[in-house]
Each structure stands twice: as structure tokens, then as C-alpha cells.
Design a protein around this ligand. Structure first.
Ligand code: MG
Length: 239
């Protein structure tokens, strides 16, 4: 008599929270152009391109606070407003920021897996995210979208915590995928795992030092890295 077939355990639930700028979309040309415009309008010397891109991922006020270097009288609010206006004006004329290679295919495949839930955690405004998803025909792909409109800037963990509440997930089932140390620190502070991507705006070494559990150099490597993080977490028994 045949033995009963071994029962295959259902895959554990997995919530994957993606950052936008530098992770899903390559927005550096528009960001640098809008930064250039904001600095010119306010008569402030333009920092290096590397410095400008290092603050991408923070909410706008925090980004300009960081760029101010603590200088007294730096017009944070005026810079943020000028940047926002310039970015919106550029969007009227420029084509939408492109997705990074294979992003769409990989996310579509993740989305098709029953145990996987997808979300977005971004320093962008909600309006910008909605426009981006519509332009790339990805509306409805993400179960929860957390933006700078409803939470403190990264690396505060609120966006991740709100996403967990929104979909009923646990931190130990959650991986944040992002290109900056702000994403990594936000994930760790929320008790989630962090997958760093090296095609964005912070250096791989900085992501590693911040505590990223894995790093990937291409979108096609994301599913394997997610599986490795999940397996390591299950093996260690520690969330
Ligand atoms: Mg980013």
C-alpha cells in the first residue's frame, strides 16, 4: 500500500515593499534638473551631482535640511516649493521616468505568487506615485502604497509599520527593497528585512554597512535574494 504523499507546506506569506526612485524607476535626470532649477531660483550654489542624489529617498523638507548642512537662513521651505514646481513642470514636458530593466517582468511574476503581497514605501508624494503607476500600466499591482504625504520621512519606520497594518502582515514576513541607506534603516527599525539594490543612488558598501541582509545588482536577482532572506530567517528562527 502506498504511503500517503508527503504534505508540502504552503509557502510562508511574504510582503515585499518597494521603494520608487532609484529602485523601480530611474528618475535621476529629472531630479537633478529640478534640483538645479531650485538652487538657481534661490541663488544657492549647486552641490555636486553625487551630493544631490545622496538625499533622494528622503522627504523633500528633510532632503533640503540635509543639503543645507545646518546653514542658518537656508530657505528649506522655499527650496522644497521650487523643487516641487520644477519637477511638476518637467513632467509636463518630459516622458515618464523609465522603469529599470526587468522591473516590470519581475514584479509581475512576484505578484502572480499567491503567498506574495506587494507594496510601495516612498518619499515621493502620493500624486507622483499614482501618476507613475498609471504611466507604466501598473495600477492596482500594489496592495498598499505609503508615501511622504502620510508618514514621517525615511528612515523613520512609520511607512513600513503602516503598510504592515494595512495588509495584516508581520515584520518577520516583510522585506523592504530599496537603493538607499534610508530604506535599509527604515526596514531594520520596523523589524523587517532589507534587500539593497545597487543600481540606485547610494553605494553598495554603504547599504552593506547600514545592515542590508542581501544586495542585488540586477532586478532579475530579486526573487532569488528574497528566497534567500526568507530561508535564512526561517533557519535562524529569529525575526
Ligand atoms: Mg530610492
Amino acid at each position: 500500500m502506498d504511503a500517503a504523499p508527503p504534505s508540502v507546506p504552503a509557502p510562508s506569506p511574504l510582503l515585499v515593499l518597494f521603494d520608487c526612485d532609484g529602485t523601480l524607476v530611474d528618475s535621476q535626470h529629472m531630479i537633478v534638473a529640478a534640483m538645479t532649477s531650485a538652487h538657481a531660483l534661490n541663488g544657492i550654489a549647486l552641490p555636486s551631482r553625487e551630493r544631490l542624489l545622496s538625499v533622494v529617498g528622503l522627504s523633500l523638507n528633510e532632503a533640503f535640511l540635509s543639503l543645507s548642512g545646518g546653514a542658518t537662513g537656508y530657505p528649506v521651505a522655499a527650496m522644497a516649493e521650487a523643487y516641487r514646481d520644477a519637477y511638476l513642470a518637467l513632467r509636463e514636458r518630459a516622458p515618464m521616468e523609465p522603469l529599470f530593466p526587468d522591473a516590470r517582468e519581475v514584479i509581475a511574476a512576484l505578484r502572480a505568487r499567491p503567498e506574495v503581497t506587494l507594496g510601495i514605501v516612498t518619499g515621493k508624494a502620493r500624486r507622483g506615485v499614482d501618476r507613475l503607476l498609471a504611466a507604466h500600466d501598473m495600477e492596482g499591482w500594489f496592495a498598499t502604497i505609503q508615501t511622504a504625504d502620510d508618514a514621517p520621512s525615511k528612515p523613520h519606520p512609520a511607512m513600513v509599520q503602516q503598510a504592515l497594518r494595512a495588509v495584516g502582515a508581520l515584520p518577520e514576513e516583510t522585506v523592504v527593497v530599496g537603493d538607499t541607506t534610508y530604506d535599509v534603516l527604515m526596514a531594520l527599525q520596523a523589524g523587517a528585512s532589507a534587500l539593497g539594490v545597487t543600481w540606485g543612488y547610494h553605494k553598495a558598501e554603504d547599504l552593506r554597512l547600514a545592515g542590508a541582509h542581501r544586495l542585488v545588482d540586477a532586478f532579475s536577482a530579486v526573487p532569488g535574494a528574497l528566497a534567500a532572506i526568507t530561508a535564512a530567517r526561517a533557519a535562524s528562527g529569529t525575526p
